[in-house]
Design a protein around this ligand. Structure first.
Ligand code: URA
Length: 267
């Protein structure tokens, strides 16, 4: 095989694995340092939460319980961010550049939750800053909402799945306690769930976004029993691929605007 053919084949192989950008001059073998099993057998907890810094865990139930306890211990957004940065229950963290936590105004009455950071978000450390984020900003601006004034934005997963692949059920369930605690700390009146992953995960539903979108649904966190209205709609990345669906997204936005008025929610 010629040298050039070999290089092209290697690049194609990397692309198929989801390695689609260069993040450092020298390659790094991250496998050498850390275990990359999806559910690591250990969960690192912040020192202020427990005197032990590491707890050995055997089953997924134990992992879920420990993740819930860790998330619950966070009393502020900063605590929660630190807990996530120390959390070893989701291996996506090891392939991501940043823990993408949130953007916007923490006192907002509307919280937007997406799926997971993409390449731009991972590089910049902020949610929804790429092409789909720009469309999301325009959609929200059309009903008077913006991350500078009156909304707060986060994702189900704080780490980018390699190659922007769909998160697995294991990854979403490992991170669920953290986004639930995030909601409890923000205490929004309405949670705008963008896309099927956000809708299914938070509402614990098997219905797809086509069925869920456009409906106000009761949402309650498992931990504190904090209640809010959840409102699923299409993901802006889907609208970029299927512009014919934008009319339905617009109907959803008008419904959201109407609900804010009906409930006298000051924005
Ligand atoms: N898509 C998401 O769901 N979230 C982001 O932050 C960016 C793209």
């Amino acid at each position: 095989m010629s040298k050039i053919r070999e290089i092209v084949d290697t690049l194609e192989f990397h692309k198929a694995l989801g390695i689609d950008e260069v993040i450092a001059k020298e390659p790094q073998n991250k496998l050498q340092k850390k275990e990359l099993d999806f559910i690591s057998p250990s969960l690192t907890l912040p020192k202020k939460v427990t005197p032990q810094s590491k707890i050995s865990l055997k089953s997924k139930n134990e992992l879920d319980k420990a993740a819930r306890e860790t998330a619950k211990s966070a009393k502020t957004l900063q605590d929660l961010k630190e807990c996530l940065e120390l959390f070893e229950g989701c291996s996506l963290k090891h392939t991501a550049m940043h823990t993408v936590f949130a953007d916007g105004v923490p006192s907002s009455k509307v919280m937007v939750i997406g799926e997971a950071p993409g390449a731009d978000e991972d590089r910049l450390g902020k949610p929804f800053v790429g092409l789909s984020g720009q469309l999301l900003d325009k959609m929200l601006a059309a009903i008077g909402l913006s991350r500078q004034k009156n909304i707060y934005i986060s994702n189900i997963l704080p780490w980018r799945p390699p190659g922007n692949r769909q998160p697995t059920a294991g990854e979403t369930s490992a991170c669920l306690p953290f986004i639930e605690r995030h909601i409890e700390l923000i205490r929004p009146k309405i949670i705008l769930l963008v896309g099927g992953t956000a809708g299914k995960t938070l509402l614990n539903s098997t219905e797809g976004i086509m069925k869920l979108r456009g409906h106000f649904l009761d949402y309650e966190t498992q931990n504190e029993g904090f209640k809010a209205l959840a409102f699923p709609t299409f993901h802006p990345a889907y609208l970029l691929r299927s512009p014919g669906q934008k009319k339905y997204a617009w109907q959803d936005l008008l419904r959201l605007k109407h609900k804010l008025k009906e409930l006298a929610i000051e924005i």
